[in-house]
Design a protein around this ligand. Structure first.
Ligand SMILES: C[S@@+](CC[C@H](N)C(=O)[O-])C[C@H]1O[C@@H](n2cnc3c(N)ncnc32)[C@H](O)[C@@H]1O
Length: 198
């Protein structure tokens, strides 16, 4: 049922609408906590970076070197305009081919729920590989096991989530130690958040 093209084409169509309706300050606290754990001037990967705001812009302002990846060319075009100081590449988070031990931090917010839940363990293992020792990971996902397609800003969109216990187990099995995990309500929406360390 997963079709990458549905997600990619969907975001190409809704990019403007999505950002017009976004509360850009709703997870400033988590961005602050994450950036405080990264060494000064460190290198951060933003996975499913969207239009670069708020995440890439926030991290650049903190003096970090930011690389963003996304599968939607439209989102990447917006990101390059919004955050010219960062580097943005079209890449699928399921196929990240960066070198081992490259990043001081990886952040993936409001994006993992667009890949099949069975793939998430492999994605976390790859995040572990490309993080430097003691590198920091911040992710969020949905709060219950679910999978399906629903209408999102007028286009069909694929969603998939494991339950938090399973996500936590996958993160631990990938080798991470947990700094924080919990369900948080941000902008009226509940997500399961994890901060972990390699
Ligand atoms: C809800 S938006 C969130 C964007 C950004 N993280 C934010 O918080 O503003 C989800 C993003 O994930 C991207 N995405 C979905 N599947 C992806 C994949 N397999 N690889 C990379 N990016 C993906 C979409 O193109 C979209 O830009």
């Amino acid at each position: 049922m997963y079709e990458k093209e549905m997600v990619m084409n969907g975001y190409n169509v809704i990019a403007n609408d999505y950002y017009t309706h976004r509360d850009l300050n709703k997870f400033n606290g988590e961005l602050e906590n994450f950036s405080n754990l990264i060494p000064e001037g460190g290198r951060v990967l933003d996975v499913g970076c969207g239009a670069g705001i708020p995440t890439a812009r926030y991290l650049v302002k903190k003096g970090l070197k930011v690389t963003g990846i996304d599968i939607s060319e439209k989102m990447l075009q917006m990101a390059r305009k919004n955050v010219p100081e960062a580097d943005f590449f079209k890449k699928d988070m399921m196929l990240l081919d960066f070198d081992d031990n490259k990043f001081d931090g990886i952040i993936s917010v409001y994006a993992l729920f667009h890949v099949p839940k069975q793939e998430q363990f492999k994605i976390f293992q790859n995040f572990y590989r490309i993080l430097k020792p003691a590198g920091i990971l911040l992710i969020n996902t949905g709060i219950s096991e679910s999978e399906g397609v629903s209408s999102f800003f007028g286009v069909p969109m694929f969603w998939s989530n494991n339950k938090p216990e399973k996500t936590l187990e996958s993160i631990k099995k990938s080798g991470f130690s947990i700094i924080f995990d919990g369900v948080l309500q941000r902008g009226g929406e509940f997500q399961y958040w994890i901060i972990a360390k390699k």
